[in-house]
Design a binder for this molecule. Structure first.
Ligand code: FAD
Length: 357
């Protein structure tokens, strides 16, 4: 039997984080392959709902090396524009993306890591995992979910208000997805928006640019040993993108407290009051898609893998990129992933002894 092919680095995931990693590995002259389970470029952006727009202008949504071009007629580009940008990015830098290839498990194999996928096996000196969160929707354990006879879906399944026209719909969740989907539905459906706490809208002049600046200021302050500025979290939860602002100003985004259970035909609050509904849309977030790393046994409390920067604390050949702040400040954003991607590539080059620390 021939041994599986060996490369210096396998990058798992060909969304924005995997591409940013590829850009920096290429610059450092490191051989790599990117394995991506999607059939086409664009990562999770291919699956966004129809009206989704970025919360930052194009120039503030760019990966390393190439500015996102503006989208004609749109201050805030839509998801299709992001897909086009990512497709162009991987072509322009000739990034070696193989798809569709789904990685099933990463295993220790002596000096190397063995990456087993549905269509082959690779051995690598280092692995960068950049598989995102979209693929692991989170649903809270609310009693009665199994008895409700209406339709239940998560953010990842929502496309447009058309399917809900005239229906009574509950949108659950006070984050950006919940607010945007509630705003999308409000003119078409009989909307009930429920949130765990009163929604915290960011000031209207705060978009992704200001959030990125706040995150950068926080990182710099902490690096200098200065007081924590609080960063983005201190500002609010919901970016008042134009459709959210319009719905809020029209009085259509009044949130109700979270219900305590579902009944066969609706929802019920702690005081016994009820509402009959046709559908429940759970905009309740995501978790990192890390099941392919299970064979390495690295999970810490809360399901995350402990990291120093991007490097897994208990497996120095593994880097995690793009899942959230725990893998680098703002690393789950287009503009923010460049820096941790560069740090991961540099750390790997140091591990290989090809650059000085
Ligand atoms: P993904 O885009 O999910 O890419 C991961 C890739 O890995 C996918 O192609 C997937 O198929 C693949 N994969 C997964 N598992 C495997 C496996 N086992 N084997 C092989 N391949 C695998 N960020 C911004 O900067 N601006 C915004 O305005 C913005 N808006 C957002 C709105 C929403 C609703 C959401 C959910 C996120 C938003 N983000 C935004 C955050 C972030 O930019 C996106 O979530 C982005 O898709 C993350 O990119 P990623 O590369 O980390 O993951």
């Amino acid at each position: 039997m021939t041994a599986p092919p060996q490369v210096d680095v396998v990058v798992i995931g060909g969304g924005q984080a995997g591409l940013a990693a590829g850009y920096h590995l290429r610059r450092l002259g490191i051989e790599f392959v990117i394995l991506d389970s999607q059939a086409a470029p664009g990562g999770a952006w291919q699956h966004a709902w129809d009206s989704l727009h970025l919360f930052s202008p194009a120039a503030y949504s760019s990966l390393p090396g190439r500015l996102m071009p503006p989208q004609e007629g749109e201050n805030y580009p839509d998801a299709a524009h992001v897909v086009g940008y990512l497709a162009d990015y991987e072509q322009r830098y000739e990034l070696p993306v193989r798809r569709p290839v789904r990685v099933q498990g990463v295993h220790r194999d002596g000096e190397l890591l063995r990456v087993e996928a549905d269509s082959g096996t690779w051995r690598a000196r280092a692995v960068i995992s950049a598989t995102g969160t979209w693929w692991r929707p989170f649903l809270p354990a609310v009693p009665g979910r199994e008895v409700f006879t209406g339709r239940q879906l998560h953010t990842v399944e929502y496309r447009s208000p058309v399917a809900f026209a005239g229906q009574r719909v509950v949108v659950v969740g006070g984050g950006n997805s919940g607010a945007q989907i509630a705003a999308d539905l409000a003119p078409h459906a009989d909307l009930l928006w429920v949130t765990q706490r009163e929604p915290r809208f960011l000031a209207d002049d705060i978009d992704g640019r200001a959030l990125f600046d706040a995150a950068t200021a926080r990182r710099r302050a902490l690096e200098r040993g200065q007081a924590d500025t609080g960063g983005v979290a201190s500002l609010g939860d919901v970016v008042a993108v134009p459709p959210v602002r319009a719905a809020r100003d029209a009085g259509l985004l009044k949130a109700q407290p979270m219900f305590t259970r579902l009944t066969s035909d609706g929802v019920e609050w702690a005081d016994g009051s009820r509402a009959a509904v046709d559908a429940v849309i759970w905009c309740t977030g995501f978790r990192p898609a890390l099941s392919h790393l299970a064979p390495l046994g690295l999970r810490g409390p809360r399901g995350q893998i402990p990291t120093h920067g991007t490097r897994a604390v208990d497996e120095s050949r593994l880097h995690l990129l793009g899942y959230g702040d725990w893998t680098g400040p703002a690393s789950a954003t287009l503009i923010g992933v460049g820096r941790p991607a560069r740090d991961a590539a540099r750390a790997i080059a140091e591990q290989f002894g090809t650059v000085r620390p």
